[in-house]
Design a protein around this ligand. Sequence first.
Ligand SMILES: [Zn+2]
Length: 312
Amino acid sequence: MEAIGRRQVIALAGVGAMSVLAGCRAVSAAPPVTPVVVPASSAPAPTLPASVVYRMGNSFIPGALAKRRDLHSLTSKWSVLVGDISLPDLQDCQMYVDTAIPMIEKLTGIHLDQKYLVMLPKTAAEYEHWSGDRGDDLGVFREPLDETWQGWVVIKCAAAIGEGRTLLEDTGYLNHVIRHELFHANTLDDGVSGYGTPKWVLEGFAEWAGATATILFPRKPPLPVLPKNAEFSREGTTFAYERSFMFVSYLVTRFGQRQAIRFYERAIDFTYDTTEQAFHAVLGISLATATKDWAAQYKKQVARLYAEILGT
Ligand SMILES: [Zn+2]
């Protein structure tokens, strides 16, 4: 999975330059969640309701999108979903999204006042159009330019994920990607957090939040070395996401979920200090020592992961 987390400046027609963190793909501490029942009254209108267009307008110029007559939208307490996938598929996605959001908000302690905006295009071409992402990502979170805008998540429903299946057809994988992107949306929504933070922090925590076991871990384990930012663009050969996931999982096991999240929150606050300083300040040992300790137990950690994946 070539998920790429990258900050770049892009231009969208009519929007101007926007700062963007394009992310990729995908914890659990589940408060009781009531399944979302979509009442008949919220069945989709052929055109998007004004409130949804307004919300999208706070994120990007809806332009042609707002005039499309084949889009569905669903609004709940937590989220606004917009897509041209079928209504039953959109309803399923709403349930995944609305299950994930309270879990993630409980995990991070961050509650967003606005509803999360999640876009679900049916085709790869629509995905490119709605996300501005032409890479191999399975999803992105578009960071807002500033606090007056809203970020939005786009999921690449049509992505081929092997065995002739699309992402939309694989519930486990789809949930992983949705949770990963919603973790970005929850923690990076001010358009400032995460600036300059190493990708292993941003993507490692998002991967950890997305699943208890990463589904794509290779048969031959990659070396236990923290990936550099550039390695995320060569994900297929470097397994940058998987290595970041393994280190973050190690931190959670060693220091506890709360401390690990405290480190993450300090690390994405660029007004603070370096990642190394944040690490030492919160966790009490140096990052260099922690990575050595991680490498020393890596074989056992990998064995546990395989056992979890294989269910043995
Ligand atoms: Zn990501």
